[in-house]
Ligand binder design. Structure first.
Ligand code: ACO
Length: 324
């Protein structure tokens, strides 16, 4: 039995904010942002919530496919920026596209969310379910403190998704994965604190905790150390060597991090695909947006060996070795 990725799609809001636009709000420069992160621009939502970005992605996925919405068994939305805590973003998508036979739930593992969701989907497809939709969708702009130059330049909004099917004789499959969480380092990246708010509570936590607070250096060191470890564990399970991998699709947080990871793995950075320049860090959406672009440009072809790897808040890390 193999998990086959049947369709890919993505949707981003129209509004593009270039680095130079941010220099009007913050004490920063295009030069600083580009050299430190490789980011040139990001899409920022003005009217569309996370669910809307996900619904547009879901509609694209279905319109490209021969499936009808009622043939879906499940919908997972990976997000750290849902519209509501309840209903889940996935339930909103399920209702809107009328996927009447699908159960739907959100999964929050920050920037590792899409990888964690894909592993959940693989397990569901090894059980009694046949067809699923996985979307990573974020409006991180609502979690950004637009006065904090150390985080405001990094993030963007968007959604990307895939349709997956269990197939008996498919050469496409997940051949190895690794998921790890480092909760003792949680404080290095926080966002979206929910204050206690009742007749009995008086929450004195600083209001800034609503927004991203990040120790960038710690997250950088974590990513360049733990992502190669996670990838090597996934490769080990797949019985692949790094040299056998055709393409590497890592979370797009900062191009420098991905270059550094390539170096750790002694691989050419040319096969580490990048689009962070155009989207910034879109957390759970970054890997499916990149995957969709690479499938559409025919960079990635059927039968090729792909490694996907995410890392971020939690702190979390996750890697998947799959045959596309
Ligand atoms: N413009 C200009 N200067 C800035 C800016 C800015 N936007 N931001 C910070 N600076 C200044 C700092 O104040 C500091 O100045 P100082 O030396 O006078 O104190 C200087 O630039 C250097 O700052 P550093 O933080 O040391 O810069 P660094 O080279 O580490 O780059 C960065 C910062 C880009 C954030 C890097 O640490 C990084 O990419 N970290 C990882 C972030 C990440 O990957 N997050 C992913 C997870 S996100 C998720 O899960 C949702």
């Amino acid at each position: 039995m193999g998990l086959r990725i049947m369709q890919t799609a993505h949707y981003v809001p129209d509004k593009i904010i270039h680095n130079n636009d941010l220099t009007k709000l913050l004490d920063t420069s295009d030069e600083w942002i580009k050299t430190r992160t490789y980011i040139r621009q990001r899409h920022i939502s003005q009217t569309e919530q996370t669910s809307e970005l996900c619904i547009q992605t879901a509609k694209k996925l279905l319109s490209q496919s021969s499936w009808t919405a009622d043939q879906l068994d499940f919908i997972i939305v990976a997000t750290m920026s849902p519209d509501y805590l309840s209903p889940s973003t996935a339930a909103i998508v399920q209702g809107e596209i009328k996927a009447d036979n699908a159960f739907a739930f959100d999964l929050n593992a920050a920037c590792s969310g899409f990888i964690y969701a894909l592993v959940q989907a693989d397990q569901l497809l090894k059980g009694s379910y046949r067809r699923g939709m996985i979307i990573g969708g974020e409006t991180l702009s609502k979690l950004v403190n637009w006065q904090d130059r150390s985080t405001a330049v990094l993030f963007g909004d968007g959604a990307g998704g895939i349709l997956v099917e269990s197939q008996l004789d498919s050469q496409s499959k997940v051949v190895g994965h690794d998921l790890h969480t480092f909760g003792q380092s949680a404080q290095y990246l926080t966002a979206g604190y929910q204050p206690l708010d009742s007749a009995f509570a008086h929450d004195l936590t600083e209001p800034e905790k609503k927004y991203f607070i990040m120790d960038g250096r710690q997250v950088y060191n974590f990513a360049t150390r733990e992502v190669p470890n996670s990838i090597l564990r996934a490769l080990n399970k797949a019985k692949w060597t790094a040299a056998q991998v055709d393409w590497w699709l890592l979370h797009q947080a900062n191009g420098r991090i991905n270059r550094e990871i390539a170096k750790h793995l002694k691989q050419s950075s040319e096969r580490f695909l990048l689009n962070v320049d155009a989207y910034g860090n879109t957390s759970a959406a970054s890997i499916p947006i990149l995957l969709d672009e690479c499938v559409r440009s025919q960079t990635i072809k059927r039968g090729q060996k792909i490694v996907l790897s995410g890392f971020g808040g939690g702190l979390t890390v996750g890697s998947i070795a799959l045959v596309y």
